[in-house]
Write a protein of this length. Structure first.
Length: 201
């Protein structure tokens, strides 16, 4: 049985190269692309540059990255693989952003999705409150508070005050009774019939 050729001429650079220099192409008779891997890479790079120029975006230059590391395109830093979340769908098995950049983006997305505001708008709210919680006026403002019925942002609270409002289920009548109780005023309900109590006004 005759053995096939071990080399092939590239139609791009006109060099005669070993078959391993060509990528597979099952549509070709010999099962290999007509251009070598280097020529295909140069062609793809040129197309990429033209496409980026057309849409007015800068060309991202290839950066040499040591083994076990990856470049984060968001912050521009080269970090070890331990600084990346796993992504089974990616070609390298890692997410496109490093853990730190993903955390920043996650906070931004949460604010926009949950409250409809940006980080800048949240920071303006905090500045208008002189940096302290709207309720206790002492702890640093850190948690955005909103009305669960209308979705309107009311202010930025400390963790404790925000949690307290949640425990009171945003009910003003309950909050008023709690204030009356803390101030030492009578608050106990009156028994008017077996199993029926009248709450104080």
């Amino acid at each position: 049985m005759a053995k096939g050729p071990s080399t092939k001429r590239c139609t791009g650079c006109e060099r005669v190269l070993p078959l391993t220099s060509f990528a597979r192409d099952r549509n070709r008779r010999d099962g290999l692309q007509v251009r070598c891997r280097e020529c295909v890479a140069e062609y793809c790079a040129a197309r990429y540059r033209r496409r980026r120029d057309t849409i007015g975006k800068p060309v991202r230059e290839k950066v040499e990255v040591p083994a076990g590391h990856k470049l984060c395109r968001t912050c521009g830093e080269i970090k070890p693989h331990s600084e990346w979340h796993r992504n089974a769908g990616a070609s390298d098995g890692l997410s496109t952003r490093c853990k730190a950049c993903r955390a920043v983006r996650g906070r931004q997305d949460h604010l926009k999705r949950q409250y409809g505001i940006t980080e800048a708008e949240r920071d303006e709210l905090i500045a208008s409150q002189q940096g302290v919680c709207c309720i206790c006026l002492s702890a640093p403002a850190a948690h955005v508070d909103h009305c669960h019925e209308t979705g309107r942002v009311r202010g930025v609270l400390c963790f404790s005050c925000n949690a307290a409002l949640g425990q009171f289920k945003d009910r003003p009548d309950v909050i008023r009774r709690a204030a009356t109780y803390v101030e030492g005023n009578a608050w106990k309900p009156t028994l008017v019939a077996p199993g029926v109590y009248q709450l104080p006004s």
